[in-house]
Design a binder for this molecule. Sequence first.
Ligand code: FE2
Ligand code: FE2
Length: 167
Amino acid sequence: MINIKDKKYKEIVKDILRNNDFKKLYNIEHHGISRYEHLNKIAYYSYKIAKKLNMDYRSVTRGALLHDFYLDGNERSSKDKFTDTFIHPKKALDTSSKTFVLNEIEKNIIISHMFPIYPALPKYKESVLVNIVDKVIGCKEMIMEYHYKFKYNFNYLFVLGLLILNS
Ligand SMILES: [Fe+2]
Ligand SMILES: [Fe+2]
């Protein structure tokens, strides 16, 4: 989990991190880590870049923190998880709008973060930024997830092989 000390960032995300439904994301797996951690990572890196580029960094941070805020989790079948890849921006926008007051930029950041897989266009430069940060970090997380799974399976087969040879 990244350790964030930036006071301004903490102020922007305070109410979201305190929300009880949002805290549930801590127990939902997402790209091999928790969805809570994934969202915090995307929000913080997007915040840093948006500040440097003189964008509306408050909307960037909040939109990024909520971009995958939906509560369907580990209980889903592989088929449902696959389907969610294509429809979850809508789920995240519904959950976020019901829980927090969102401005137009934040709404667009959430609904367009999977463009072009989900057909909602990023209408603001802030939405384009979060779309890119999520893709870059999301891909890295997925590579790490498969790397660990591969390593685990390899070690498992290696030990199994040794046991068979010794028996
Ligand atoms: Fe997503
Ligand atoms: Fe994401």
